[in-house]
Design a protein around this ligand. Structure first.
Ligand code: FPP
Length: 255
């Protein structure tokens, strides 16, 4: 093994997160700084998506969740909403086959009924094509909000209790999380937010309970392989305690 490879491996010896979630912020400011329209920033953001998906796969990350469009983004000017929806559609059309070749499993979380029929069909096709892949799971959060997710789960729980499928005292954290959109996937270990803001913005409210938070000033179109690796390296140096004492947490991590 070359020195370079060894150095790269040592860089991540603190551990690689199983699940990384990213709030991709700063496309508009990136464009404005270049006297370009906002949509140029979103287009440039798709190149960062490509780099980050590739690098996450190389690092052995199991799940990568990208916040592509929030429930609140529907309130942006109609033209920008339409550009973002179009980008999502075109990116899926263009990239699904390549992602499939790379063994990536695609999954979408969010309020699908608000998406266009064409986009819903493209999503269903991409999910079906890649359903049995065993590499990186790429979760695209579109028309997604953490509060929407909790509400739709609560509604389903109520229906199941009403129809006798579930009794209220059987409901525990594990069962409840099965009703949420990410059901079955591990919680994010690391949340990255680009663009300098330090907030969760109604992303995965339930699942981020114990995530390590990594905020960077880099605008999303400038975020690439090296920035992702730096975030993972930083994660490797964090001491995760999950509410326990430091001694307990160390004993657990050695077990
Ligand atoms: C936030 O930047 C970014 C978004 C609302 C959209 C992110 C979408 C993409 C990168 C493209 C599509 C994604 C996929 C997965 C194909 P902003 O507009 O809020 O930037 P600002 O804060 O600088 O105005």
């Amino acid at each position: 093994m070359s020195n370079n490879n060894t150095a790269e491996r040592n860089r991540f010896e603190g551990g690689v997160p199983r699940h990384i979630a990213i709030v991709m912020d700063g496309n508009g400011r990136w464009a404005r700084a270049r006297f370009m329209p906002r949509h140029a920033g979103h287009r440039a953001g798709v190149s960062s998506v490509r780099k980050v998906v590739e690098t996450a796969g190389e690092l052995g990350v199991e799940v990568l969740t990208l916040f592509a469009f929030s429930s609140e983004n529907w309130d942006r000017p109609a033209e920008e909403v339409s550009v973002l929806m179009d980008l999502l559609l075109r990116t899926l059309q263009k990239e699904s086959a390549r992602l499939h070749e790379h063994n990536v499993r695609i999954r979408l979380i969010g309020e699908r009924s608000r998406l266009s029929l064409r986009l819903r069909q493209e999503i269903a096709a991409a999910e079906e094509l890649t359903a049995s892949n065993t590499g990186l799971t790429l979760v695209i959060a579109a028309s997604f909000g953490g509060r929407w997710d909790l509400l739709q789960a609560a509604r389903q729980v109520a229906e199941d209790v009403q129809s006798g499928l579930l009794s209220a005292d059987e409901l525990d954290e594990q069962r409840f999380s099965g009703y949420l959109s990410l059901g079955g996937l591990p919680d994010p270990d690391l949340l990255i937010r680009t663009g300098g803001e330090q907030r969760v913005s109604n992303f995965l409210l339930w699942h981020l309970a114990y995530a390590e938070l990594h905020f960077v000033n880099t605008l999303w179109p400038d975020f690439g392989a090296e920035e992702l690796k730096a975030a993972v390296e930083n994660f490797g140096g964090r001491k995760r305690r999950f509410g326990r004492t430091e001694e307990q947490a160390e004993r657990l991590s050695r077990a």
